[in-house]
Design a protein around this ligand. Structure first.
Ligand code: HAM
Length: 421
């Protein structure tokens, strides 16, 4: 057997996981600031949840979902996204009864059988928020603001990112728009790819998603969903834009933005970065006012977004480079062959760790000079321990960056005052 990972599923190695943890901390912090509480749905759900929720005809369900039977023949799926899971949990646990608005966020792996490329894996990680229970356009703006704030708190400049915004209206607007779009697309059939020609009859809005140049050209002059909105949806869209202006959030109205999942209604948005290349969506989301009811709950409007953590990592890494090795507080370097030394080193190591100082010792039997070089890359302080130190009950603690040293008692090294800096 060759030791290799499954295509599209990659390891995050320690050098990079340091950056992942920083981003995760920032996600928890920002979601907390906006009063979202964490939910952790399982990775496996009934396949039917996504077929109904995300849509049988979407690429995600139709082509990309990992579906398998359990031992009793129940059709299960590795979650391709988390919105349907969150809605399922919201209904199952009656979360609406604990307060009228449920503001939830999540972070974790998702699975889609896509063609792997830069920024696109088969196992990837999403962070996302879902606010269930209100139609207020201020909530749409809050969700967009949270997404933008998160990205700028990570030091990514908003100028290099584009917030694409559109409204695709409610379920009553959809047939009217679909008919207008299909009529237009039928006039341009010869310019569309084979897939899109089929889509015109099945789900014409998917044509607007197609990345092929010919289809994009046709999409660019297609009728706009935002021009086929009922009075309430038009007002809602206008208010969302007004709130975004109030918050000073720049956006670009993109009438070809329809998103690849069937549950959306009204507001849809995507934050894109040209630096990501073909997979340019850093995050995306929108309203889904019919989904809770579709999955068996009572009619509940909702809005949310999700972003790919790998894509965030790519951008932050490009900006900052990979971070250095994680810094350790202390490295203990036992020397000589006095049998007491290693026992004393192990004991002091334990005391340092118990007192809250991260510590490690030299296990590789390197020369003191070499061990000191390694310690200088890893730790703030080094302590050399030999029989002389044990006899005197004191050791020299060296601050590796400055070279300053102090003699400190071994008995109380962990709690001793006067560590050099
Ligand atoms: P989505 O657009 O399918 O939306 O995915 C959201 C984000 O996940 C994308 O913008 C991208 O950053 C990342 N992503 C998607 N697929 C991959 C992949 N194969 N590899 C790496 N990153 C990927 C949703 O999933 C909706 N549930 C978002 C939502 C939440 N809408 C309302 N609430």
């Amino acid at each position: 057997m060759r030791a290799e990972s499954v295509r599209g599923m990659r390891d995050v190695l320690p050098d990079e996981s340091q950056l992942w943890r920083r981003l995760e901390r920032e996600i928890h912090r920002t979601c907390g600031l906006y009063a979202y509480r964490e939910i952790r749905p399982p990775l496996v759900e009934l396949a039917e949840l996504f077929a109904r929720g995300v849509g049988e005809g979407t690429d995600i369900v139709h082509k990309e979902m990992y579906v398998f039977p359990d031992r009793k023949g129940l059709q299960l799926a590795l979650r391709p996204e988390a919105t349907a899971s969150v809605v399922r949990a919201y209904i199952e646990h009656g979360l609406h009864s604990r307060g009228d608005l449920a503001k939830l966020y999540y972070l974790g792996p998702m699975f889609r059988y896509e063609k792997p490329q830069r920024g696109r894996q088969r196992q990837f990680h999403q962070y996302g928020v879902e606010a269930l229970g209100s139609l207020d356009p201020a909530l749409d703006a809050e969700v967009i603001d949270l997404a933008a704030e998160l990205v700028s708190s990570l030091g990514l400049s908003r100028e290099r990112l584009t917030m694409r915004l559109n409204s695709i209206g409610c379920s009553a607007d959809r047939p009217v728009y679909r008919a207008a779009l299909a009529a237009y697309l039928r006039e341009h059939l010869e310019d569309l790819c084979t897939d899109c020609r089929r889509r015109v009859g099945e789900n014409p809005m998917r044509v607007l998603d197609c990345k092929r140049p010919g289809c994009r050209e046709v999409a660019a002059t297609a009728p706009h969903s935002a021009h086929h909105l009922c009075k309430d949806c038009a007002q809602h869209y206008g208010e969302v834009k007004a709130y975004l202006d109030t918050l000073g959030l720049a956006f670009h109205e993109d009438y070809t933005l329809v998103r690849g999942l069937d549950y959306y209604t009204r507001t849809v948005f995507e934050l894109c970065s040209a630096e990501l290349g073909a997979q340019d969506a850093l995050l995306g989301g929108g309203r889904y006012d019919d989904l809770v009811e579709l999955l068996g709950g009572s009619s509940t409007p909702a809005v949310g977004f999700a972003g790919g953590l790998e894509r965030l990592v790519l951008l932050v890494k490009e900006r900052e480079g990979t971070e250095s090795e994680e810094e350790l507080d202390v490295c203990l370097l036992p020397v000589g062959d006095d049998p007491r030394v290693r026992g004393a080193t192990v004991k002091i190591l334990r005391e340092l760790r118990s007192s809250g100082r991260s510590a490690d010792m030299e296990y590789m039997d390197r020369s003191l000079r070499k061990a000191m070089q390694v310690a200088a890359r890893r730790a703030q302080w080094a302590v050399v321990l030999g029989s002389t130190e044990l006899d005197q009950g004191q050791a020299t603690v060296r601050h590796l960056a400055s070279g300053r040293e102090s003699r400190l008692p071994l008995e109380s090294l962990a709690s001793a005052e006067g560590w050099p800096r």
